[in-house]
Design a protein around this ligand. Structure first.
Ligand SMILES: Cc1cc2nc3c(=O)[nH]c(=O)nc-3n(C[C@H](O)[C@H](O)[C@H](O)COP(=O)(O)O)c2cc1C
Length: 219
């Protein structure tokens, strides 16, 4: 059995409402690994703790292990289909979370110098949900700490007009670098704080821009 997620996620539901809108940015954290015995939820739980300490976000979790994301896509691209895109019923909640998001953190392992197929499927079933929104990465793996996966994700998400954040959290050799759900590197929490501050800045800036002027996505 793999690790399970810390119930901290439920706290994200208790958001403050101001004039019908949250005064915080809505952050979706995506757990990319769906492998049996996966380490991903350990990393995601620690990330959730850092987000809670930061306090600037309302959080939704998307754990890809709990969602049915078929590899077979509809004939058309989701780019121009809008809300009519024929997604499976079991994907509706996930799509709503992506649509409502102001920002994303993708927690990804590295498989064969790239990211898992589960993440690619998630990305390809959507388009506008990513557009003009910031994405930060937390990666882990062997010597490269998942950086190959992140490089590929940056490339793909740029195609969807997402804005990838330069700074990221990278955990090389996670099997010796973590103990009891926490990275041994004492600087990690500080790096996370910096990353979250940058992500918050982008989330607010891009939400304001999207609200003021429709993004000229184009073809
Ligand atoms: C199919 C597969 C390919 C892998 N390829 C790499 C790799 O290219 N680089 C790397 O650092 N680790 C690689 N690993 C090791 C993973 O980083 C390690 O298994 C990690 O635990 C995966 O995250 P997860 O447990 O959350 O699935 C690979 C693991 C699997 C299962």
């Amino acid at each position: 059995m793999g690790a399970s997620l810390h119930p901290v996620w439920l706290l994200g539901r208790k958001r403050r409402i101001v004039d019908g809108m949250s005064d915080k940015s809505r952050l979706v954290v995506i757990v990319g690994s769906v492998r049996e015995g996966r380490f991903g939820p350990v990393v995601a739980s620690w990330v959730a703790d850092q987000i809670r300490a930061h306090g600037g976000f309302d959080v939704d979790l998307v754990d890809l292990a709990g969602v049915d994301i078929p590899l077979t896509l509809p004939a058309a691209s989701p780019k121009f289909a809008g809300d009519d895109y024929p997604r499976p019923e079991g994907m509706k909640d996930l799509t709503r979370k992506l649509s409502e998001a102001d920002a994303f953190i993708i927690v990804t392992p590295e498989y064969n110098h790239s990211y898992p197929a589960s993440l690619k499927a998630l990305i390809d079933w959507h388009f506008t949900q990513w557009t003009a929104k910031p994405v930060a990465f937390v990666s882990y793996g062997g010597a490269a700490g998942g950086r190959h996966a992140v490089l590929h994700l940056e490339n793909v998400l740029t195609e969807l007009h997402a804005v990838t954040i330069r700074d990221g959290l990278t955990f090389p050799n996670y099997f010796t670098a973590w103990k009891d759900g926490t990275p041994l590197d004492a600087a990690a929490a500080g790096y996370a704080k910096t990353l979250l501050e940058q992500l918050s800045w982008w989330a607010q800036a891009l939400r304001a821009a999207r609200t003021a002027v429709p993004y000229p996505g184009g073809a």
